[in-house]
Design a protein around this ligand. Structure first.
Ligand SMILES: [Zn+2]
Ligand SMILES: [Zn+2]
Length: 315
């Protein structure tokens, strides 16, 4: 199916067969496809031409989206972790480390990376593979031209708010005895987290918490029939940045929560890993503040004072 036109297509995308899924249909080079699209659709900008050429080059939409999604996830995840690995080794930046005395060793980080990689290939790859058919079923567009920037921004803002609510309640549930012992304990192996530890978790947890990230756009798409795969990609990239940065273990004077009110950041999630209780949300602070589950000694002190004042009042 051409990405130059809109359409919903079949399970394997348009007229593709199972054989197409296993083998790319085309023998043309990527540049050949790109040049042809540049000639026939001169109204497209360079990223749009590149996008359309990729789908034309692979010749199968499921395969094209599958490869792109998996590559994007790996490049963004490990790419975003590299600066944090370097920051961990720079002594001058140690004063910004939240739990100063707990610097992760290279061995710890390598062990963590190995488990994350294993889970990406065994648990996430099959899920990513079925993303395109699922996206098409709910009417998500992967055609060009891309949607306007304002639309991408407001849709992603909605996904952030939705995912945060899902994360708060699911994460809080994961701290319930049996669920914690059998599922969430793995993620809490590192009481002083570092970037790579963001997806260090049981496969069940990855799926359970991942529902919030994936179902927000799917639900939006099912209701409005107005969502592009590109918006979904940008959302996933930003969500990965948020999760990795929240686990970085560093709080800088230029950290996002210092400028964006209610943004959670590393400062928020690091305390969760240190104290094991409270600060269950992912991107924002409002759920914890509303439900009185803020972590840390200061919040506990305030809670105690409120309780005492209430008891004195009713006495
Ligand atoms: Zn937790
Ligand atoms: Zn965590």
């Amino acid at each position: 199916m051409s990405v130059l036109t809109h359409g919903t297509g079949s399970f394997f995308g348009g007229n593709s067969t199972f054989a197409d899924v296993m083998l790319p249909r085309t023998t043309n080079t990527y540049m050949h496809e790109y040049n042809q699209i540049a000639q026939t659709a001169s109204y497209l900008n360079t990223p749009e031409r590149m996008w359309a050429a990729w789908y034309a080059y692979i010749g199968n939409d499921v395969l094209a989206t599958g490869i792109m999604s998996f590559m994007m996830h790996e490049i963004v995840y490990f790419g975003r972790c590299i600066p944090w690995l370097i920051v961990d080794r720079i002594k001058a930046l140690r004063k910004y480390k939240i739990q100063t005395h707990k610097v992760p060793t290279a061995q710890e980080q390598w062990d963590c990376a190995k488990l994350v990689l294993l889970s990406h290939f065994t648990v996430e790859l099959p899920q990513i593979w079925f993303f395109h058919p699922m996206a098409q079923y709910f009417g998500m567009a992967h055609t060009v031209p891309f949607p306007p920037l304002y639309k991408i921004i407001y849709q992603i803002a909605i996904f952030f708010v939705f995912e945060d609510a899902w994360h708060y309640w699911s994460h809080r549930a994961l701290h319930w005895g049996p669920l914690y012992k059998n599922i969430h304990k793995i993620h809490h192996q590192y009481s002083a987290p570092f970037g790579l530890a963001a997806e260090y978790a049981s496969p069940i947890e990855v799926m359970f918490l991942g529902i919030g990230t994936v179902s927000a756009p799917i639900l939006w798409c099912a209701i409005t029939q107005d969502l592009h795969v590109l918006t979904m990609y940008i959302w996933i990239v930003l969500r990965l940045f948020q999760a990795i940065d929240a686990h970085s273990g560093f709080d800088f004077p230029w950290s996002l929560h210092k400028f964006v009110p209610m943004w959670a950041g590393a400062d928020w999630h690091d305390t969760h890993h240190e104290k094991f209780i409270g600060n269950y949300s992912s991107s924002f602070r409002w759920w914890d503040l509303m439900m009185d589950t803020q972590s840390g000694p200061e919040a506990a002190k305030k809670r105690r004072e409120r309780k005492l004042a209430k008891a004195a009042k009713s006495a």
